[in-house]
Design a protein around this ligand. Structure first.
Ligand code: HEM
Length: 427
């Protein structure tokens, strides 16, 4: 059907834009012309009142700025130590050898890291069990049916609403207690959200901080843990690239010893490219959506490759299907192959709008650097300390959920090793 086409879905007309040229207005247009509000209302019961799509654009924009501030390099540097401590502590519990469900292990680890970096020590030390159960109910309450009917009285939505209310209570209590104790400084993101002020000088409220925490967890958790698992499965089924990442760790060990900090992570280019390639083939956000508040013109190609201009009418839902977007043969050579070297300086495939796993333009992900850091901390530790083998077949994708991830268990056997800086590694 070409690169611009419309599908009728119940009473909606959904126009798909596939390709960098086609998606320019989608990613770079003003919110007053192409907006997220109308198509994102289904998230309101999940994120709660006072935040995200429950508030006007100006307020939401400021709340996203708060996240932008806590994700700046100066702050990110301070989270690396917390991540490394969490990762080392977690894998110290593994034995000398064994078999684990890597998906389950990495989900748990990502939640622990989020608790430590984002939610703070109160949750991490005293309430981790309860909070992670509540978060599971929140995630489980986001079904495909939720997108059309966010308040449909189904058990998953009732559990979501109960969990959201309880999380609101827990987070609000922590905010209140930190504010009233005045003074005690915490180095986590929660503290930054508590200290944040709007342009008019107003401080954030307890409800807003609680909502922003839930929104950040929702935006960052499944996306990161799915990517961790896909990265592992991709490396373990591509010995050449696995070998290259292990060699890179040995090189970095020679240069820096055991220390892993912000600067050391920045040297892990090979691992970074493997994660980026994993995200190209397995984008956790399958489809990004907007609402056309005004008609606009896009240039696209018909099914024979002929160029045309098309008008997308006001009122249409507009969709950017990331999986198609990320695998266009005129942008990516052998687009379905796992080939991290396509991002090397020699090839530089997927520049600009052609790679959209973190969105792009006005609403590009503010957590991208944090996500890469976290995945690199986890996988550099695993590559240095374990020989791993994938026992299950390469996972299929579970398409029955809003954020498609690896389906079923992903069983991996491990044997502990210590990667020596001076030895050449055989895989
Ligand atoms: C592998 C991990 C991640 C992936 C693949 C990912 C993907 C995305 C994508 C595709 C968007 C654009 C949505 C759109 O245009 O409609 C987005 C936006 C966003 N992400 Fe992420 N994300 C990840 C991790 C995180 C983390 C860790 C955080 C924060 C803790 C985060 C916070 C946000 C926020 C606040 C936005 C909204 C930005 C805006 O609307 O201006 N993300 N993310």
């Amino acid at each position: 059907m070409g690169s611009v086409f419309t599908v009728s879905l119940l009473q909606h007309k959904v126009t798909f834009l596939v390709g960098p040229e086609e998606s320019r207005h989608f990613y770079r247009g003003l919110d007053s012309e192409i907006s997220q509000d109308e198509v994102s209302q289904f998230t309101v019961p999940t994120f709660g009142p006072g935040v995200a799509f429950d508030v006007d654009y100006a307020t939401r924009h400021e709340q996203i700025r708060f996240f932008g501030d806590i994700m700046k390099p100066a702050k990110l540097r301070t989270y690396v130590d917390l991540m490394v401590a969490e990762v080392e502590g977690y894998f110290a519990r593994w034995g000398q050898s064994g078999t684990v469900d890597m998906k389950h292990e990495l989900e748990l680890l990502v939640t622990l890291i989020a608790s430590r970096c984002l939610l703070g020590e109160e949750v991490r030390e005293k309430m981790f069990g309860e909070v992670s159960t509540l978060l599971r109910d929140i995630n489980d309450g986001m079904r495909l049916v939720t997108i059309m009917f966010p308040r449909l009285p189904i058990p998953a939505h009732s559990r979501r609403d109960r969990a959201r209310a309880r999380l609101g209570e827990i987070f609000s209590n922590i905010v209140r207690s930190r504010r009233s104790s005045g003074g005690a400084r915490h180095g986590d993101m929660l503290q930054c959200l508590i200290d944040a002020t709007y342009k008019d000088g107003r401080a954030t409220t307890e409800t807003e901080v609680a909502g922003m925490l839930v929104a950040a967890l929702f935006a960052g958790q499944h996306t990161s843990s799915n990517t961790n698992t896909w990265t592992g499965a991709s490396l373990l089924t591509h010995p050449k690239h696995l070998g290259a990442t292990v060699e890179e760790q040995a090189r970095i060990l020679r240069r820096h010893g055991d220390r892993v900090d912000y600067a050391v992570l920045a040297e892990m280019d090979t691992l970074q490219r493997c994660i980026k390639e994993t995200l190209r083939l397995h984008p956790p956000a399958l489809m990004l959506m907007r609402h056309a508040r005004q008609s606009f013109i896009v240039s696209g190609k018909d099914s024979n490759g002929g160029k045309h201009e098309y008008e997308v009418p006001k009122g249409h839902t507009v969709a950017s299907p990331l999986l198609l977007h990320n695998t266009m043969p005129h942008v990516y050579r052998d687009p379905c192959e796992f080939d991290p070297e396509r991002f090397s300086a020699m090839r530089e495939e997927g520049a600009g709008l052609a790679y959209a796993s973190f969105g792009s333009g006005r609403h590009a992900c503010v957590g991208e650097a944090f996500a890469y850091m976290q995945i690199k901390v986890i996988w550099s530790h695993l590559l240095r300390n374990f020989e791993l083998q994938l026992e299950s077949p390469f996972p299929e994708t579970d398409w029955n959920v809003v954020m498609p991830g690896p389906k079923g268990k992903v069983m991996v056997t491990y044997n502990r090793r210590k990667l020596a800086a001076t030895t050449t590694t055989t895989i």
